[in-house]
Design a binder for this molecule. Structure first.
Ligand code: ADP
Ligand code: MG
Ligand code: MG
Length: 888
């Protein structure tokens, strides 16, 4: 097995083996761009080392052979006392992990070769600057010495010389620093800084291997869902020098603006600097326009290369470059990361430029990015005071008063205030406070922390891991890096997409994208702006997709909004809220009815109300299917609280004025009380025990449809029976429903055909889909309940308790309530869908759980050829886009 490849041997398609950096260095070499020569040690070598603790046996010899070839090629030798070759030893995994792993520059400098380098370059300062950088980086990375020790000496030296910038130190200062640094190495690591260049190289390679497993690298991988067993490649690259004086320098550039997507190059340049100086922010950088002034020839060449790269990669590229005495060198490129807005704009631009087609453009954007653009955002033009940045864990723009505990958050929210709950980290006790708050901010934890998982589940804006903030729960305050103290009650603003934390209230504006998707402002959209780009890509997704997209909507307003956002009907209209509010009283009478007359009276009171509920929704969705789910929750949810009633009864007795009504209700509530209501008398079970309830609903649906039909409209209700486990249950309801619909049709003198189907949300239903399809005209997978009943845990109980631990341990990559568990729950869905269609080829099959709006799940539902997904109105555009992407 070959473990080392020359840059001239690889290509961009070999990221698995060569890592992203190595593959792209090879690609640039192949394109004839000015890349310093070098070679890549494969990820396979790293994996071998990580598994066994030693490098592959043949590695040393292979490195030796490639090093010899490199020396031959350049005409310099590593460690040569007259004219030394120096190399960088750079990490680079398959997936970019910016700043997570290590790189060592200037490997090959020693006490002797530094003098040769000084003589050859004619620049003594440069040689000693390079050497002190090597000792510093090697000390930190290879020998594990705290970087502070070196920084302190550097700062002290600047103080002694009374200068501000590193570049103001001269050769003699740097010589002193080198001596000091070598002392630090000796004291801190117990060994001399190695003077054998090959040993430097081998130790640096090993250190890069090891950097795969640093804690921050592991945490980053978990967050980005990068597998832990890939390993990193190591790139050994001949050094070029940006620190050789004012006609040298180093920079980073993007072929388009990665923040806004604006056309035109964008970048930072730092004269007389090396490597990470640009991003480290040690001096203020210049713009590319300044580079044009300083070195027009290199600037023009750079622009030409950027164009070559874009046309080759067909995408935004970011690059690292260095200019050594007027000669330009390319040190890295990759397809660059970008904001959501930039992603849409750039994809549309590339189509216009003829570089990619519209299908490819769809693959360049994602539903998650679209969702980000649909949240209200902080007004970009408003002033703001950024105090810290953490990780955006759940998107949105939230403004509110800081509260440090749940009780305060709840109290203030009850008083109508907007609250941001601030905690060091959250735990299940904070749940009430999180529910009450507009946003959640924690100073610890990552994207799988309790706060992040729970906030995402509830759709609360959340920023986590803002470790620059010191949260003091005792003092009920937190302090910012610049020393500002924010006490409880102060207002802050947090951005759940960018992780930014601002002091005071930043004005929030609704999303222009939502406005445009609603069909407003389309005329104002320009092809080149974000809104225009979104509309174009949505349009293409709609042409591409096979999956229908419906909405879960229970009210006429939601139905209208969903329709505007492109829903092709309602996949789930819940009816439970129609029994709450002032109607509770009627439901109570229904439940307490002693005689058939009493019961009938209560039902007759509910019927016209239900009919209006349905006719309004059917009207809003005129011409489109509306799947109405018959009553699902347990009855006692409509009755007063058990404890409240018990208190009422007790008070009545104590005061000698017994409350007979309360006592009767109490008895009924106690009778209906269940230990596990989720698995109790609900759904079709309730419908069969109290058949009048379902009959009432069916009658109201049929009457509403008949009435609208009479007005010349086109209502398309569908009746859906919840929680069916056995076909017999469905048959019983079906028999009743068909009779009722026929009754109404006869009475009203219209023809009514109302499809009757069922939810599939119990494993038994899924496993008997063959039978159930005999009695169902459609299936709708209730994947929330199906997930609960398949895993055997209840969402309300587990999301805040053990889920964070499970995510942490990697038992789930993501909560099975967020993305469908394809292996388990998804398998049930796929078996049931298959068997259902086998029994009844025209069976319509959809999904109405929250998974219907989740990108990953949508791709799964497309892969098993379901007919439609249904999701909350706001997610409809996301689902349309993802359904299109799944086919593009
Ligand atoms: P990262 O992946 O963190 O960007 P790199 O391996 O790209 O790390 O290197 C860190 C810095 O050192 C970058 O600015 C890079 O351009 C610079 N660098 C790496 N190799 C060389 C080299 N051979 N000559 C000059 N500068 C280099
Ligand atoms: Mg880099
Ligand atoms: Mg359900």
């Amino acid at each position: 097995q070959q473990y080392v490849f020359d840059f001239s041997q690889g290509s961009k398609d070999e990221k698995d083996l060569l890592g992203g950096k190595g593959a792209n260095l090879a690609e640039m070499t192949k394109l004839g761009l000015p890349v310093p020569p070098g070679f890549t040690i494969t990820t396979a070598a790293c994996r071998h080392y990580l598994e066994t603790g030693t490098e592959p046996e043949s590695l040393a010899a292979e490195v030796g052979a490639h090093l010899a070839a490199l020396q031959e090629n350049i005409g310099k030798r590593l460690g040569d006392p007259e004219d030394p070759l120096l190399v960088s030893v750079r990490s680079g995994a398959k997936f970019s992990m910016p700043g997570m792993m290590e790189t060592v520059l200037n490997v090959g400098l020693t006490d002797i070769s530094v003098i040769g380098l000084a003589a050859r370059s004619g620049d003594e300062r440069f040689a000693w600057d390079s050497y002190r950088r090597l000792i510093q980086m090697f000390g930190r990375t290879v020998l594990g010495i705290d970087g502070e020790s070196f920084d302190e000496r550097l700062e002290a030296r600047k103080k002694i010389r009374d200068v501000d910038a590193d570049v103001d130190l001269d050769a003699s200062d740097l010589k002193v620093l080198v001596e000091e640094y070598k002392d630090i190495v000796l004291v801190e690591s117990g060994r001399e800084f190695p003077q054998d260049p090959r040993q430097q190289l081998d130790l640096a390679i090993r250190a890069v291997f090891d950097s795969w497993n640093t804690e921050r690298a592991r945490i980053y991988r978990r967050q980005e869902r990068i597998p832990d067993d890939l390993g990193t490649a190591v790139n050994v690259c001949a050094m070029v020098f940006g620190n050789l004086g004012p006609d040298s320098g180093t920079g980073v550039a993007f072929t388009r603006d990665p923040a806004t997507g604006a056309q035109g190059v964008y970048g930072d340049y730092l004269p007389n600097a090396q490597g990470e100086d640009v991003v480290a922010g040690i001096r203020n950088t210049l713009s590319l326009a300044d580079l044009e002034r300083l070195d027009a020839a290199s600037y023009r060449q750079l622009l030409g290369i950027m164009e070559t790269l874009e046309r080759h990669y067909l995408d935004l590229c970011d690059i690292e470059f260095t200019i050594e005495r007027g000669k330009l060198w390319m040190l890295q490129t990759r397809v660059g990361k970008r904001t959501a807005a930039a992603a849409f704009r750039i994809a549309a631009q590339l189509v216009d430029e003829g570089l990619i087609d519209e299908d490819e453009a769809l693959s360049r954007v994602s539903g998650a990015q679209l969702a980000q653009l649909m949240f209200p955002q902080f007004d970009a033009s408003a002033p703001r005071e950024l105090v810290a940045t953490g990780m955006g864990a759940s998107p949105g723009a939230a403004v509110g008063k800081v509260a440090f505990d749940s009780a305060t958050a709840v109290a203030w929210a009850d008083a109508g205030e907007d609250v941001i709950l601030v905690r060091r980290e959250t735990n299940p006790d904070d749940l009430r406070g999180m529910v009450a708050s507009r946003g959640v901010l924690t100073s610890r934890g990552g994207k799988t922390s309790h706060a992040a998982v729970v906030a995402r589940g509830m759709g609360r804006t959340c920023v986590v891991g803002v470790d620059a903030l010191r949260v003091d729960h005792g003092q009920r305050s937190f302090s910012t890096p610049d020393g500002t103290r924010v006490v409880e009650g102060h207002v802050i603003s947090i951005d759940g997409s960018t992780g930014e934390v601002f002091l005071g209230a930043v004005p929030v504006v609704p999303s222009a994208v939502v406005d445009a998707l609603h069909g407003n402002g389309e005329s104002e959209a320009h092809d080149d702006d974000v809104v225009g780009a979104v509309l174009r890509l949505m349009n293409h997704a709609d042409q591409r997709r096979r999956l229908g997209v419906r909405a879960n909507a229970d009210t006429p307003e939601d139905a209208r909004r969903a329709r505007q956002l492109g829903a092709a009907g309602i996949g789930l209209c819940r009816t439970e809220h129609m029994f709450l509010g002032p109607r509770r009283k009627i439901v109570e009478r229904l439940i307490l009815a002693r005689t058939a007359e009493q019961r009938h009276a209560a039902l007759e009171e509910l019927r016209p109300l239900q009919r209006t509920d349905f006719s309004e929704i059917l009207e809003a969705m005129d011409g489109l299917p509306v799947t109405i789910r018959l009553l699902d929750p347990p009855l006692h949810e409509f009755l007063p609280d058990l404890t409240d009633l018990a208190v009422r009864v007790a008070v009545g007795e104590a005061t000698g004025k017994p409350d007979a009504e309360a006592a009767e209700l109490l008895a009924e509530v106690q009778r209906l009380d269940e230990t596990n209501p989720m698995l109790g008398m609900r759904g079709v079970r309730l419908g069969l025990v109290i058949p009048e309830l379902f009959a009432l609903q069916v009658r109201a649906i049929a009457e509403a449809a008949a009435e609208l039909r009479g007005q010349g409209r086109d209502p398309r209700p569908e009746i859906m029976v919840p929680l069916v486990a056995a076909v017999q249950e469905l048959e019983a309801v079906r028999e009743m429903a068909e009779r009722t619909v026929a009754d109404v049709a006869r009475a009203e003198g219209v023809e009514l055909s109302i499809p009757i189907g069922t939810m599939i949300e119990l494993p038994r239903a899924a496993m008997t889909a063959h039978q159930i399809a005999e009695a169902a005209e459609f299936f709708s997978f209730g994947t929330n309940d199906l997930t609960q009943t398949t895993w055997g845990f209840s969402r309300d109980d587990v999301e805040a308790t053990f889920f964070p631990a499970y995510l942490e341990k990697g038992i789930f990559g993501v909560s099975p309530f967020e993305s469908i568990d394809a292996e388990g729950v998804g398998r049930l869905v796929s078996i049931a869908a298959w068997e259902g269609k086998e029994q009844r080829p025209d069976l319509k099959i959809g999904v109405c759980g929250e998974h219907g709006g989740d990108p990953e799940s949508i791709h799964f539902f497309e892969s098993i050829l379901l007919d439609y997904v249904s999701c909350s109105p706001f997610r409809v555009p996301v689902a349309r886009l993802e359904a299109g992407r799944a086919r593009a």
